[in-house]
Design a protein around this ligand. Structure first.
Ligand SMILES: [Zn+2]
Length: 325
């Protein structure tokens, strides 16, 4: 992980590999300090806490989870002595979408020879995900620690003399999407409303919700944005992300109107300016999300995650690339 100072008191903690679960975090080194997102396992969370300590933030006053996904909350255990804050939907939602037991079972299966063989035959995508995660993450010993403070639309936290605004912009990427605004320094920690250099994923919300969440960030007129995944950016990221959502939604709409299924729609989809981004195959989730919208599926309906990884795997292979999740 790399520490990057983005304003006088704000820092991005970047996970350079930028693959699935490699989420960024933030440190706001004002007063007793604020941490934004806690990483995907205990080792990464401890490294984040050490980085904060070196900036003088020994016991952060607040820890914010920008949403309920595992890569943003599984390190909460390392910050259980702090006040952990998130949108009101996060404590319940994380029990399902960030359940560490599922990750522990998957990594155990990938270490067992006969289970590997079984997975290779029946779920090669899931096995590929497990192997990729095993390179950087250890899920053993993780307990889910829920936020202790929740809010509805907005919450203002104060550190030192400085106001830190939490603004609910979900559902977009997930149900609980929250952005963290440091107005004095014109910095926004955007969570997974923004991905860069890796293909975006959205598990909740509608097409229009993604655009609305991006507009909410633009309206704050930030100088610097720390995305949930990928390098630090400015407001140009909003154009990139809108282009992605508009491209994928239009392609899904055309294919849906022709009576094609999502896999057929993906096979015809051109990545265009996103061809160099990590994670070819992830476009399956974007097109499938649009299909869910056309079919009237509830935006917060659970996904069959193992099946999603198989679809990403097959699509990446179809595109002639080794799957990178
Ligand atoms: Zn994430």
């Amino acid at each position: 992980m790399t520490l990057q100072q983005v304003s006088e008191h704000c820092y991005a903690v970047l996970n350079e590999k930028n693959r699935i679960c490699d989420a960024n975090s933030g440190i706001i080194a004002i007063g007793d300090g604020v941490i934004v997102d806690t990483q995907c396992d205990l080792r990464h969370a401890q490294e984040l806490r050490s980085m904060a300590a070196e900036l003088g933030i020994k016991k952060p006053k607040y820890v914010v989870n920008t949403h309920e996904d595992a890569d943003h909350v599984l390190g909460n255990q390392v910050f259980r002595d702090c006040e952990i804050v998130a949108h009101k939907t996060v404590p319940d939602r994380m029990q399902t979408v960030a359940d560490p037991v599922r990750l522990q079972q998957l990594s155990a299966a990938a270490k067992s020879l006969w289970k590997r063989l079984l997975l290779k035959m029946t779920r090669p995508g899931l096995l590929a995900v497990a192997d990729q995660l095993a390179e950087d993450y250890e899920f053993h010993g993780i307990e889910l620690v829920a936020p202790t403070t929740t809010f509805d639309d907005r919450l203002e936290l104060t550190v030192g003399e400085t106001a830190i605004e939490l603004i609910y912009v979900g559902p977009a990427h997930q149900v609980g999407d929250t952005i963290v605004h440091v107005r004095n320094e014109r910095v926004v920690f955007a969570g997974d409303v923004i991905f860069r250099d890796c293909l975006p994923i959205a598990w909740s919300g509608r097409h229009a919700d993604s655009l609305r969440a991006l507009d909410a960030i633009t309206d704050l007129d930030p100088n610097v944005i720390v995305p949930g995944h990928g390098p630090v950016c400015g407001v140009e990221a909003m154009d990139e992300m809108k282009a992605w959502w508009n491209m994928t939604h239009a392609a899904a709409k055309n294919a849906f109107s022709r009576g094609e299924n999502v896999e057929q729609a993906c096979a015809d989809f051109e990545l265009q300016q996103f061809a160099e981004w990590i994670g070819a195959g992830r476009e399956y989730v974007s097109l499938a999300r649009s299909y869910r919208e056309f079919q009237g599926v509830a935006a917060d309906e659970e996904w069959d995650i193992p099946d999603v990884f198989e679809k990403i795997y097959r699509l990446a292979r179809f595109r002639g690339t080794m799957p990178v999740f």
